[in-house]
Design a protein around this ligand. Structure first.
Ligand code: PLP
Length: 381
């Protein structure tokens, strides 16, 4: 008989769809809608990266690659991970995937099944939850404190009282913009490992960080799986290129799913990524981009905190602010859209605990952020 699997029925489609529809409708009516809901840089992919990819296309580099990704790129990544992250691994312990999102999917599919449990922080990025649910596993939520950082007591209680198979850490964090110190991360990882959980460390925003140091727990701990990618650092969201780093035993399991689902990441996208890592110009461009983000962050956070009913903790990384707006953020988000024509994401998209927060992306031009703040005066005091 015809049916949709329970596994897929359990998955929620994007929580922000209703808002996106409303925004589209407003645009159709000719309104100037400012979108601060997006999770991607507004900058173009650096030209040098595009050039390498174009050359690869023109030279006929258009076929399947090694399912783990081209060896030169994995070699460069293993050097990068050693140099920048203190992670000492072989190039065979990396799989390039079509986006970091797929790397997370691979890890969840491999490490979780019916009856298992994963620990996620509330709030956390929308796709962790669904990626876990797709395996049949359940979720234990751990709150954040008032500074939007993990509540260690609660975290420890959960891990000691529940059989948790996987913990997902994300620093710099989407949606909070918080960056955890080496000490904080070590504590969280040690508690997880002491309780036989794997740790998935999503470091996709590692380079988008302001006056803080990024720490990769894989540098010091086994059984930590590192996720990263090119989307955010190099403005390459549409290229779909991410990677997963783990010991060989795990990699040999992850790769089975990649081989039978997507085969390999796109050939010429990988050639572009070679240049992202190889060409010193890329680092300069990333540095400039991060400088711009920082200026926008300051502008946005100052603007938000000038409203008496809004309280915004200063984000230390990524390109999101996560202010408390003092009332139901589903209502506020709808009001912002209808009355100010500004799109933001309500906290309810990221968990249960942050009903009074909204996520505002500042990966938009300075002019647009300024304009959005001016429009917000309509609904905030
Ligand atoms: N992890 C986090 C925390 C993200 O915010 C995103 C993108 O929004 C991703 C992973 C996925 O990135 P990719 O484009 O590489 O799939």
């Amino acid at each position: 008989s015809r049916k949709i699997s329970r596994r897929v029925q359990r998955i929620e489609s994007s929580a922000t769809l209703k808002m996106a529809d409303l925004a589209k409708e407003l645009r159709r009516q000719g309104e100037d809608v400012i979108s601060l809901g997006v999770g991607e840089p507004d900058f173009d992919t650096p030209r040098n990266i595009k050039k390498c990819s174009k050359e690869a296309l023109d030279s006929g580099f258009v076929h399947y690659t090694d399912s783990k990704g081209i060896p030169e790129l994995r070699e460069l990544l293993s050097e990068k991970l050693g140099r920048e992250n203190n992670i000492d691994i072989e190039s065979d312990e990396i799989i390039l995937t079509p986006g970091a999102k797929f790397a997370i999917f691979l890890a969840c599919q491999t490490l979780l099944e019916d009856g298992d449990k994963a620990l996620l922080f509330d709030p956390s990025w929308v796709s962790y939850k669904e990626s876990v649910k797709m395996t049949g596993a359940g979720i234990e939520w751990c709150s954040m404190n008032n500074e939007l950082r993990p509540s260690v007591e609660e975290y420890k209680d959960i891990l000691e009282s529940t059989d948790i198979s996987l913990v997902v850490l994300n620093s710099p964090c989407n949606p909070t913009g918080q960056v955890y110190s080496e000490g904080e991360i070590r504590e969280l990882v040690e508690i997880a490992l002491d309780n036989d959980a794997y740790v998935l460390s999503d470091e996709i925003y590692e380079k988008i960080i302001y006056d803080r140091e990024h720490y990769s727990p894989s540098a010091d701990y086994e059984d930590v799986i590192t996720i990263n990618g090119f989307s955010k650092t190099y403005s390459m969201t549409g290229w779909r290129l991410g990677y997963i780093v783990a010991d060989e035993e795990l990699i040999n399991q992850f790769i089975k799913i990649q081989q039978h689902s997507v085969s390999c990441p796109t050939s010429f996208a990988q050639k572009g990524a070679l240049c992202a890592l190889n060409d010193p110009v890329s680092d300069e461009i990333v540095g400039e981009m991060v400088g711009r983000f920082k200026g926008r962050r300051d502008m946005l956070v100052d603007g938000l905190n000038s409203f008496s009913d809004v309280e915004c903790v200063t984000p230390e990384g990524a390109f999101y602010a996560f202010p408390d707006v003092g009332r139901d953020s589903d209502v506020v988000a709808e009001q912002l859209l209808r009355e100010c024509h500004v799109v933001v994401t309500p906290g309810s998209a990221f968990g249960e605990d942050c009903k009074n927060n909204i996520r505002i992306s500042y990966a938009r031009s300075e002019e647009r952020i300024k304009e959005a703040l001016e429009r917000m005066e309509k609904i905030f005091d």
